[in-house]
Design a protein around this ligand. Structure first.
Ligand code: VGL
Ligand code: ZN
Length: 212
């Protein structure tokens, strides 16, 4: 059952670079845009995160000749995956997918703006040093539970869900609204397991309208 005043739909990184044709395209990424559009009318609160990197972000393999895309390395002491250049501030790739109904989005949280640290979660950077302000914003709005969907399951969705719990929110993960990178086989399954283990309720988008 959804609670209009205390539930939020949180759309994770529904940006051109993560969908087919983009720099860090996730297989099936375009399919989830329709899921987001269908869900938005069922929520009074809709928030989106946006990966928003400077062009010299240090997670980009292009920034270090010794790195290839997909390599693991340490960035300021934190484990980091080397990514293709993606979601560069103000670029087409960083823009929300054209088919996404942006009118229903009340608030956008940008992340990954510091070149020295990546930020998968919509709440904190990967070192949990700096908050994006999302948790405080949700509390100000009276939100108690977040319905999370988006890209990518094994990175930004996973990190956002785990932080949502740490911040005291309930979480429903909308499975058919998520697609993953799967750099290693099994990454998506492991991410879903981790989120479920933390307490996320796994649901399908079709369950939401009928619950109202
Ligand atoms: C993401 C890798 C790098 C994501 C963002 O949105 O899951 N993944 N930056
Ligand atoms: Zn990124």
């Amino acid at each position: 059952m959804t609670q209009p005043n205390t539930d939020v739909l949180l759309l994770v990184d529904l940006q051109n670079d993560f969908i087919e044709g983009g720099a860090l395209a996730v297989q099936g990424g375009a399919d989830v845009i329709a899921v987001a559009n269908a869900l938005m009318p069922h929520f009074q609160h809709v928030i989106a995160t946006q990966d928003w990197h400077p062009s010299d972000h240090q997670s980009f393999a292009s920034q270090n000749p010794e790195l290839a895309i997909g390599d693991s390395f340490l960035l300021d002491g934190l484990p980091q995956t080397a990514w293709p250049d993606h979601c560069i501030q103000d670029s087409h790739g960083a823009a929300f997918a054209g088919a996404l109904n942006q009118k229903a989005i009340q608030h956008v949280v940008r992340k990954g703006t510091d070149r020295q640290i990546d930020s998968y979660s919509g709440f904190f950077d990967n070192g949990h040093q700096r908050s994006t302000g999302l948790a405080d914003y949700l509390r100000q709005q009276g939100i108690e539970r977040v319905f999370v969907m988006g890209l990518a399951t094994d990175y930004c969705v996973r990190a956002t869900v785990l932080d949502a719990f740490a911040e005291g929110f309930g979480v429903c993960l909308v499975l058919d609204g998520c697609r993953g990178v799967n750099l290693q086989p099994g990454d998506v399954e492991r991410a879903i397991f981790d989120m479920q283990n933390a307490g996320a309720e796994l649901i399908e988008s079709r369950q939401i309208p009928s619950e109202n």
